[in-house]
Design a protein around this ligand. Structure first.
Ligand SMILES: Cc1cc2nc3c(=O)[nH]c(=O)nc-3n(C[C@H](O)[C@H](O)[C@H](O)COP(=O)(O)OP(=O)(O)OC[C@H]3O[C@@H](n4cnc5c(N)ncnc54)[C@H](O)[C@@H]3O)c2cc1C
Length: 572
């Protein structure tokens, strides 16, 4: 069997290596347009920032490894330019010589990825404007940054005039994860960074309130945010530096501009071959990663996937799915019945010592789909036992089905061990777990790693209490007209309070029940929702109608539209 794989990075390389492990006799050709195969594009921003100092570290496996270990015929600087599905041939262009040869195949795998969006804006080709997709891209960025930083550089010979200054101001366009990773790395390199984003929030998959936390964190680290403003064009100033014009009429001076406007599936070859393209613009495949042509497979960022939670077709460009899909395509080509389960968008981004992570569906997606069968909780547990040094709060939002408790999505932000909580919840979603399963999950515990009730258990217990009716909850957007009861200590009132709320500290509640109405619903508030939970239980057992305001004042802070630059939430 002869298999040709187009694209030699995440999906393509994973497919090639897996296929060899399954079929010693297959003739495998992997063609890659660029100079490298199997490089770590996820590491590119960190090479710009100097965290990964050596470019060579980004090259996970080179051509020689694929040839020697896997007996794969790797051809770099080789572009697949046309497919003839009826003849089962691909035209391959040697980019060094320009020569085009025709190669036959039994099975063809497309993993061409998704190039960065590059709109035809005025001035977009000016020097100093870069994208971040390949090793050569980041080499150019590093060279640009280093231009003028070496001792005596920019000094015109003999004259003593300084003719060049090192770049110091960067504008990053696009607040997705590549844009934000570039923001962080450029700040590390000493740049004053402005982030321009067309949406009214960074990290579009996050619900707005969690994005607000990320934005506050960015501001605390000196990043200038220009949200709700699209880029209109670029100009070169008289001194050679750049100016970024935005649609609102603002101008941002820059010595370096990073374009991170998102990616678009590369469907050029697929369209030319007449393969079906889906409604979202990606290559349409079935659960075996097979395209509309039985002998052509497609994987990675170029394909549309079924969203694991909503069942909708979507475009989700992530390395894990690309690798798994490559492996599945190889399995199927080798005669196995492997199937892709769908993508739930599990992601994480590290930013200035903190991490934001998410999995599954967001509340805004459910709202967009008109799905009302869900409830959400906000919680702020410690990353590990509070008495053990170094515990940090994690801001979590967990979304679940009201009707059956099935876990639908989760978002978290914090400085410690955010990843393991979202990874656990991601696996739970994929296994179809309910919030009752989270209550029972047996997870690692010693005080430096977690709590006897891990945040994952804790989320399950809170959600379980909600669905069992032990703790009715409400949210800040629905408190109008309710009787508000604040159960915090008097000293806390000086810091923040809600106008009109009646204050009875939790310790005095049982003695002062007579002050509370029996004919109105009481919404109970504390800092994080924990003391309000205790108070709600007291009230319910004394015959009051009570609800816990989920997440308390911490949620109020992140839900309020004017939240900006506030300090990180602290758990209680
Ligand atoms: C800067 C950056 C950071 C990222 N960070 C993360 C992260 O932290 N976590 C995460 O999950 N994902 C991350 N990603 C996304 C992840 O890298 C991609 O989802 C993944 O690489 C997709 O794999 P792929 O095989 O579909 O495409 P790619 O890995 O992009 O590979 C496609 C290859 O196909 C080649 N090609 C295209 N057309 C042809 C042709 N006609 N002939 C020959 N070759 C062709 C291209 O040159 C390219 O090298 C990041 C991406 C970037 C750019």
């Amino acid at each position: 069997m002869k298999v040709i794989i187009v694209g030699g990075v995440a999906g393509g390389a994973s497919c090639a290596a897996r296929l060899r492990r399954l079929d010693e006799r297959a003739k495998i050709i992997m063609v890659e347009r660029g100079p490298y195969v199997s490089y770590a594009n996820c590491g590119l921003p960190y090479h710009v920032g100097g965290v990964i100092p050596q470019e060579a570290s980004l090259l996970v496996a080179d051509e020689a490894t694929f040839r020697n270990q896997f007996a794969i015929d790797v051809r770099t600087r080789c572009e697949a330019v046309a497919i003839a599905p009826d003849k089962k041939t691909v035209d391959l262009k040697n980019l060094a010589t320009g020569e085009v040869t025709t190669e036959s195949y039994d099975k063809l795998v497309l993993s061409p990825g998704a190039p960065s969006v590059r709109p035809p804006l005025p001035g977009i080709d000016l020097p100093g404007i870069f994208q971040v997709r390949t090793v050569p891209d980041v080499r150019q960025i590093r060279e640009w940054i280093e231009k003028g930083t070496a001792f005596l550089s920019g000094m015109h010979k003999y004259s003593g005039y300084q003719t060049q200054r090192p770049p110091t101001r960067a504008v990053v366009i696009g607040g997705g994860f590549i844009g934000l990773e570039m923001v962080e790395n450029l700040v590390h390199r000493g740049f004053e960074v402005t982030l321009v984003e067309m949406l009214d929030q960074v990290l579009a998959p996050l619900d707005r309130e969690h994005a607000r936390l990320v934005e506050a964190h960015l501001k605390r680290h000196g990043v200038n945010l220009a949200l709700s403003d699209g880029v209109a064009g670029f100009k070169q100033a008289a001194n050679g530096s750049l100016v970024v014009d935005t649609k609102s009429g603002k101008t941002h001076p820059a010595d370096l501009v990073i374009l991170a406007l998102g990616v678009r599936p590369d469907t050029t070859l697929a369209k030319q071959a007449g393969l079906a393209i889906g409604e979202r613009g990606g290559i349409r495949v079935d659960e075996h990663m097979r395209t509309s042509h039985p002998d052509i497979f497609a994987v990675g960022d170029a394909v549309e996937v079924k969203d694991f939670v909503t069942g909708q077709w979507s475009l989700i460009a992530l390395a894990g799915p690309a690798n798994r899909q490559g492996r599945i395509a190889a399995d199927v080509i080798a005669g196995r019945d492997s199937r892709y389960r769908g993508t739930q968008g599990t992601s994480i981004i590290g930013l200035f010592g903190a991490a934001a992570a998410w999995t599954g569906v967001s509340e805004k997606t459910l709202n967009r789909l008109g799905d009302t069968d869900y409830e959400k909780i906000y919680l702020y547990p410690n990353s590990h036992a509070g008495y053990y040094p170094g515990a940090k709060p994690i801001a979590m939002k967990v979304i679940f089905r009201k009707s059956d408790g099935r876990l639908l999505g989760a978002q978290a932000l914090g400085e410690d061990n955010v990843d393991k909580r979202i990874s656990a919840l991601a696996l739970a979603i994929q296994m179809g777990a309910t919030i009752y399963d989270l209550e029972e999950a047996e997870l690692c515990y010693a005080p430096q790693f977690g709590s006897a009730k891990d945040p994952v258990n804790f989320a399950g217990m809170i959600a379980g209490d909600v669905l069992r009716g032990d703790m009715p909850i409400c949210h800040w957007d629905a408190v109008n007209g309710a009787f508000l009861l604040d159960v915090r200590e008097p000293a806390e009132l000086a810091l923040e309070s809600v106008p009109g709320a009646v204050h009875i500290p939790i310790g005095e509640l049982r003695a002062r029940l007579g002050e509370l109405p029996r004919d109105r619903e009481i919404h109970v508030i504390c800092r994080s929702g924990q003391r309000a939970y205790y108070a709600t239980r007291v009230l319910l057992q004394h015959g009051f109608k009570a609800r816990n305001l989920s997440g308390g004042f911490l949620s109020r802070a992140i839900l309020s539209a004017d939240f900006a630059g506030a300090s990180a939430p602290a758990a209680r």
